[in-house]
Design a protein around this ligand. Sequence first.
Ligand code: SAM
Length: 340
Amino acid sequence: MPLTDKFGRPITDLRISITDRCNYKCVYCRTGNEGALYGDLPFEDYLRMARVLVGMGVTKIRLTGGEPLLRKGVVEFVRDLAQLRSPNNGHRGRDQGREGDPLDIALTTNGHLLADLAQPLKNAGLTRVTVSMDAVDPDRFARITRVANGYDHVLAGIRAARRAGLWPLKVNCVLMRGFNEDQIIPFGMFAREEGVTVRFIEFMPLEEGRTWSPNTVVTLDEILARMAEYRPLVEIPHARSETARRYRFDDGVGEIGIIAPVSHPFCGHCSRIRITSDGKIRTCLFSVWDHDLHAQMQRGASDEELEEFIRGVIQKKEERHHIGEPDFVPASRTMVHIGG
Ligand code: SAM
């Protein structure tokens, strides 16, 4: 039986947060406190959760946090995940691996520690990496991340990932009005020069500081208009399940993407569930509750009982988010404690 929610959406994409600590304090995410509120679990617990979910139809796993590279043992964990194989999940026609293929194992990082870890992670079986980077100017970068001298580390991390063959390499930039909307064109140039795909993300109300308002969001339309002042863009056809709209520059050099959950929501194609660093399942970034998978393990549940619990949870997956609507209720956790 494929893992499908009550709206018929196949669940194939798992994000595991392996810590809710972070060494950056990005203005759109953190308040500047030191981080861990919920703590983390031994890797063997995440591995069991992943194994059960892969057996149920998950084919993509993304490690996130907090900052996942802060966690000692992350390379060995990737090696263990790389032993898992794609299931026969019954979702034919999607861009999923065939039965028995290795999983797609990705990681989202701020890149600060990536320069030394890129090659070991690749050797361990990591397929792809996404680096978050919100300015291509060192001073602006420091103002957004509230960390001095981070820019050079992140740039070195991006280049090391490329050398290691962690490809395609995506660089995610959250745009927040008043901080970095003037970085749109510089990022277009960066995409072309560094050969990476830069993806702009609309700012969502998931920050600790509760500073979000509709005015702080730099929307897809605005990003496209600004980039067109630099060079014409041509839209690349994309799969319905892809969260990013993709564009290449008219001369074929460089690609950008825009992830627009606020102005162009894609909940109808959401194939994700998340496990927080303390072992709770979250069915939507904007959930107002979690489902305690780790507690089931602690009480001695068998794999079959975990599967039954997970199937029940998946049926509660929210139809869509309500950002910007009068009935919007903030999520019960902020992004750093969910795992983006
Ligand atoms: N530390 C890692 C990193 O920096 O990529 C992984 C965790 S971080 C929470 C995951 C992603 O969430 C990053 O790309 C970050 O930019 C994004 N993010 C954080 N807060 C956000 C917000 N309020 N709206 C949109 N994206 C956000």
